[in-house]
Ligand binder design. Structure first.
Ligand code: ZN
Length: 242
């Protein structure tokens, strides 16, 4: 599917206040992700929390096939009306790729219906992301695993509904494991949660991580099934008076 229209959304607050993050992502994490996706031939725009309507106006969402979401410090500052709007578009068929600390975003928690809580530790551990479903389109082009030299640890239990498909499981140097690549469908919208991406590490410069994001965008771009009609149905299929 060519001509996929992606909106890369970032809270973009760490980048404004933390010099360690500025060194890794001088133009913001959304810039690193969007530049890569542009280079793959996708139609990409970015949007951030501090823009009017968080950059997610009705018009922008209408023209978005896939929305990617990174947030951490300011989940509560995301306006509920915008969450409603994104939710509605997902049900209609827009793809959603939720990254790293986006597990606690309002939109992901609403779509999952659980706390989405987990265990975490910031110790620069090695993460090995094992491909547990090598035939899945999101794993296309990868080897048996992706290794990230330094990452934040996320550990089980991760309070999510059982994924429709589990594509990745992470192992961390400290011993924990985590379901790090999870597929869902809500309404016609496909959703993919992808774990890595702590703001102080150069994870979104890692070519294999970026490859996964690109694969996930392509996979979630195609709505899951035809448009359905609900509600009042006045006409019968059979004549019941005979
Ligand atoms: Zn983090």
């Amino acid at each position: 599917m060519n001509g996929i229209r992606v909106t890369v959304w970032n809270e973009a607050r760490h980048e404004k206040t933390n010099s360690d993050v500025q060194k890794v992502y001088p133009s913001g994490m959304h810039h690193a992700i969007s530049e890569y996706l542009k280079a793959q031939g996708l139609a990409v725009r970015t949007a951030t929390l501090d823009e009017p309507e968080h950059g997610l106006t009705e018009a922008v969402l209408r023209q978005t096939d896939v929305l990617t979401w990174w947030g951490h410090l300011a989940h509560d500052e995301v306006d509920d009306r915008i969450v409603d709007r994104v939710h509605q578009r997902v049900l209609e068929g827009m793809g959603l790729v939720v990254l790293h600390s986006g597990h606690f975003s309002k939109i992901f928690k609403r779509l999952m219906g659980t706390s989405c809580d987990l265990k975490w530790r910031e110790a620069g551990e090695r993460e090995r992301i094992w491909v547990v479903d090598p035939s899945h389109p999101i794993a296309e082009g990868l080897g048996e695993y992706i290794e990230i030299p330094h990452e934040e640890m996320y550990g089980e239990h991760f309070d999510i509904p059982a994924p429709d498909t589990l594509v990745f499981v992470s192992w961390f140097q400290g011993g924990e494991i985590f379901r790090s690549g999870c597929c869902y469908q809500r309404g016609r919208g496909k959703i993919f949660y992808f774990r890595p991406g702590h703001e102080t590490y150069p994870t979104y410069h890692n070519p294999e991580v970026l490859r996964v994001i690109h694969n996930a965008v392509r996979w979630t771009a195609q709505p899951g099934g035809p448009e359905l009609r609900y509600g009042h149905r006045p006409n019968m299929l059979e004549n019941i008076n005979r």
